[in-house]
Design a protein around this ligand. Sequence first.
Ligand SMILES: NC(=O)C1=CN([C@@H]2O[C@H](COP(=O)(O)OP(=O)(O)OC[C@H]3O[C@@H](n4cnc5c(N)ncnc54)[C@H](OP(=O)(O)O)[C@@H]3O)[C@@H](O)[C@H]2O)[C@H](O)CC1
Ligand SMILES: [K+]
Length: 261
Amino acid sequence: MAEGTRYYTWAMTQWIPAITSHEMQDVDEALFKMGYDLRQLMENAGAAMAYLAARYLHENPAGKKIAVLCGHGHNGGGGMVAARRLHIYGAQPEVLVPAGTLKPVTWHQRRLLENMGVRVSQISRVDEQSWQTIIGADLVIDALVGYGLKGPLSGVVADMLNHVGTMSCPVISLDVPSGLSSDGEILNGAIIEATATMTLALPKKGLVMPQAQGYVGDLYLADIGVPGELYRKMGWSMAPIFNGSPYIPLTDTKTGEEGDR
Ligand SMILES: NC(=O)C1=CN([C@@H]2O[C@H](COP(=O)(O)OP(=O)(O)OC[C@H]3O[C@@H](n4cnc5c(N)ncnc54)[C@H](OP(=O)(O)O)[C@@H]3O)[C@@H](O)[C@H]2O)[C@H](O)CC1
Ligand SMILES: [K+]
C-alpha cells in the first residue's frame, strides 16, 4: 500500500481505506491469480447495480424505462449486466454505447442483451432516437467510464453526459461518476452529477476527496466477491466489510496516516 496520508470511508462498523486505480488493479490481478475471472466480477458488479437501481425505483422496477449508458470498457460491461438483470426484473432497459470497438467481455455482455431482445444502440452522437431514450427514462445508469478514464471526457461520451445533465430522474453511476478521476486528479472536464454512486470492492480515492462533492451523490460499496484473505495478503487488515447484502452505504470520510484507523 502506498505511504502517506490516506483517505478513509466509514463502512458499517469500521473505517476502510479509499484506494487508487493502481491498487484496484493489483486487487484484480490477485483475484485472477486466485482463479476468479473477469466475467464473474463483472456479473457481481452489475447484479449489485441492478439491486440499487431497483431501490431507487421504490423496489418496483417492472415496466420502468431505464437508459443505460455504457462505454467500451469493463465499466460499460458492468452496466450491460445491470441492464440484463433489470430486464429480468421486468424493467425496460435501453442501452446506448458510443460507436467503436467494445472490449471482448463487454462485447459478450452486449451479445447476451441482444439475444434477450434488449435494444443496444451504438451511436456517434446523441440523435433524436437516443435523446428520446434518455429523456423518457425513469432512471439513468452511467456506466460510460470508470477507473479507465484518460483525460477530460470527449466525443460522444461527453455529448451523452451533457444530455443527462438536463434530467431530473435518478442517475446512478457505476464505480465512479463518469469524468471524475478515481485517483483524485483535477481534469477540468465535464463530470456526471450522480444521484448515487456504487463503487466496487473498495472505494476509489477520488470519490472521497473534496473535489468530488456535488458529483458522487449517495455513496455505496458493492460486494464483488473479494475475500478478506486477499486484502490481508496485500497488507490491509480489515474485518469483513459486507454483512449479507450486495451493497452497503458509505457514510463518512476522514484522512489519516498509514496504520491510523
Ligand atoms: N475489481 C474491480 O473493481 C472490477 C472493476 N470492473 C469495472 O471495470 C472498470 C475499469 O474498466 P476498464 O476497461 O479498465 O476501463 P473503463 O471501462 O473505466 O474505461 C475505458 C473506456 O473509457 C473510455 N474513455 C477513457 N477516457 C475517456 C475520455 N477522456 N473520454 C471519452 N472516453 C474515454 C475508453 O474509450 P476508448 O475510445 O479508448 O474506447 C474506453 O471505452 C472499473 O471502473 C469497473 O467498473 C470490472 O467490471 C470488474 C472488476
Ligand atoms: K461510470
